[in-house]
Design a protein around this ligand. Structure first.
Ligand SMILES: Nc1ncnc2c1ncn2[C@@H]1O[C@H](COP(=O)(O)OP(=O)(O)OP(=O)(O)O)[C@@H](O)[C@H]1O
Ligand SMILES: [Mg+2]
Length: 256
């Protein structure tokens, strides 16, 4: 079933005078973006810096309704009603004064849920997320990869069956990033949700995804929709295959 359907989405910002804009000056960021995503699909969005990837995720999260065109999630038009999704911003945004567990419990706390019950549900997941024994640590005492996993766990515990992840591994070194990719593949295999994953990294996009959407430079539109035919579970050996290079070549060509 198609879970997300974006049709002809066009978005501009008004550039305020404080950002050097003239009165009513507009910046066109997205132009005619159309795509759809099926339930439980893992779809990456790849595109140059500034092409509107984070803007697109904000629209999909229902946080901004100022756009032309339409976005429907589970059949609901986002201009009419918000649909709860699990959304992770480009930075991890853990609160430094809260422990790991208290950070993970934040969405439940905002919703007024029973925190004791939620903690009992979260505790067995700490192992899956490689955070066992660290539940009482504060973010400064965690490694970069652990902070990222804590933010992912918090995102995962948000209400909704769609995860919007904005460059979750962007700030990590290459080795940690590889470990996190393997880990995400494994966790996603077991706790399926629909995933929209924004990245700059071509190898990462191919390795993780069922489909890769390539965006043009700003104003962003989808210039290529590539289906990645590797079977799952995925393994890193696939990175060395000629099929992989074929996908990579196709993506590089469409990035211009
Ligand atoms: N609130 C805003 N007001 C005006 N312009 C904005 C605003 N937010 C973003 N922009 C502009 O929109 C464009 C797209 O920004 P966006 O953050 O969506 O890009 P991105 O593809 O996520 O880039 P990156 O890969 O660097 O994260 C940029 O030119 C940016 O300056
Ligand atoms: Mg961004």
């Amino acid at each position: 079933m198609e879970q997300i359907v974006a049709e002809n989405v066009t978005k501009h910002y008004y550039v305020s005078p404080e950002n050097g804009g003239r009165l009513d000056e507009k910046l066109l960021v997205l132009s005619g973006v159309s795509f759809s995503v099926e339930e439980n699909e893992f779809v990456s969005i790849l595109g140059p810096s500034g092409c509107g990837k984070s803007t697109l995720l904000r629209l999909l999260a229902g946080l901004d309704r100022e756009y032309e065109g339409s976005i429907r999630v589970n059949g609901t038009d986002l201009k009419e009603k918000r649909v709860p999704v699990c959304y992770m911003l480009q930075k991890d945004h853990l609160m430094p004064w809260r422990t790991l567990m208290e950070n993970v419990l934040l969405p439940a706390e905002i919703e007024g849920a029973d925190l004791k019950k939620e903690a009992e549900l979260v505790r067995p997941m700490l192992k899956d997320f490689g955070l066992e024994e660290f539940e009482n640590y504060r973010p400064h005492a965690l490694s970069g990869g652990m902070r990222q996993r804590a933010a992912l766990l918090r995102t995962y515990r948000m209400r909704g069956d769609i995860m919007l992840l904005d460059e979750p591994f962007g700030a990590l070194d290459e080795i940690t990033r590889m470990q996190m990719q393997d880990w995400l593949l494994e966790v996603w295999g077991r706790h399926r949700k629909t995933v929209l994953f924004v990245t700059h990294n071509i190898d990462e996009a191919i390795l993780l995804s069922d489909r890769v959407l390539v965006m043009s430079p700003r104003p962003g539109s989808i210039v290529k929709d590539i289906r990645v035919g590797f079977p799952r579970p995925r393994s890193r050996d696939m990175l060395l295959s000629s099929q992989f290079l074929g996908y990579k070549g196709e993506i590089l060509a469409s990035l211009g």
